[in-house]
Design a protein around this ligand. Structure first.
Ligand code: 13P
Length: 284
């Protein structure tokens, strides 16, 4: 099937109390791993790329990879720009055919975040492409993007932000952070419920690598409809490659060691599709 947008996917997840897994892909093998996992579990899936990923190989490469994966598949697939950090990059991905765009104005003041988010929403909605925004700051570091020390999402601000921007989904800061956690993350689940009470659009959880599965499930119960995983896919892929090269230092065929990376990523993605409850939600 053709690439789909995240709009219907996330609304269905919201209506039926599950979440869609959103997995950061950084090369062709990761795309292959994510689609293989989604197919095996009959799950809708979102592939996403950060600004640094699309700097490494431009949006057209990743769009093409995701498009081929989707067209050869029976599960719904969306390609999403993760943490779009400028209007220009958001438009580059939009023009390339990305079926979902995040504009991350969370580093800006409230009014500036509204202004930049609204400008992306106006452009993308003209072609039916949904937009994710972020309010409050998810901590940690993702690629070149510094999250800082957080700054949790205020429920009333979230309500006003969504009404004024008409954004389709909202990433909330409730204590998660990108990257590897030093200890167990403590999430402000009550805050999530408070946000849910006043914001009707699907909510997004960032920084999920390392968050215990039961906590993720609780977040989904409380209104999270899209769950982002990145760091753990990197770790899984690298582990697979290193395993093979340690055992066969003479190996020079990238297909052989990448295949082991692919295998590890596929297993990881399958386990998280189950955690978020997206298994068997493809044909809806
Ligand atoms: P992790 O790297 O912590 O999994 O975060 C992923 C993410 O939120 C992508 O936007």
């Amino acid at each position: 099937m053709s690439l789909v947008t995240t709009k219907e996917m996330l609304l269905d997840a919201q209506k039926n109390n599950y979440a869609v897994g959103a997995f950061n892909v950084e090369n062709m093998e990761m795309v292959m791993a994510v689609i293989a996992a989604a197919e095996e579990l009959n799950a809708p899936v979102i592939m996403q790329t950060t600004p640094s990923t699309v700097k490494y190989a431009n949006v057209d490469y990743f769009y093409a990879n995701a498009k081929v994966a989707a067209e050869k598949s029976f599960v719904p697939v969306a390609i999403h720009l993760d943490h779009g950090n400028s209007f220009e990059l958001a438009m580059t991905a939009f023009r390339a055919g990305y079926t979902s765009i995040m504009i991350d104005g969370s580093h800006e003041q409230f009014e500036d975040n509204i202004r930049i988010t609204k400008s992306v929403v106006d452009a993308c909605h003209s072609a039916g492409v949904p937009v994710e925004a972020e309010l409050g700051k998810v901590g940690g570091k993702e690629d070149d993007l510094e999250g800082g020390d957080g700054g949790y999402t205020d429920p009333q601000d979230a309500k006003e932000f969504v009404e004024r921007t008409q954004v389709d989904s909202l990433a909330v800061a409730i204590g998660t952070a990108h990257g590897v956690y030093k200890g167990e993350p403590k999430l402000d689940l009550d805050r999530l419920s408070e946000i849910r009470k006043v914001v009707s659009i699907p909510l997004v959880l960032h920084g999920t690598s390392g968050v215990p599965d039961d906590t993720v499930k609780e977040c989904v119960k409380r209104g999270i409809c899209k769950v982002n995983y990145a760091t753990d896919l990197r770790i899984a892929f690298t582990k697979g490659v290193v395993e093979v090269l340690n055992e066969h230092p003479e190996m020079i065929d990238p297909k052989k060691y990448n295949a082991q990376g692919l295998k590890h990523v596929k297993e990881y993605v399958m386990s998280k599709i189950k955690v978020v409850g997206a298994e068997n939600k493809a044909n809806r």
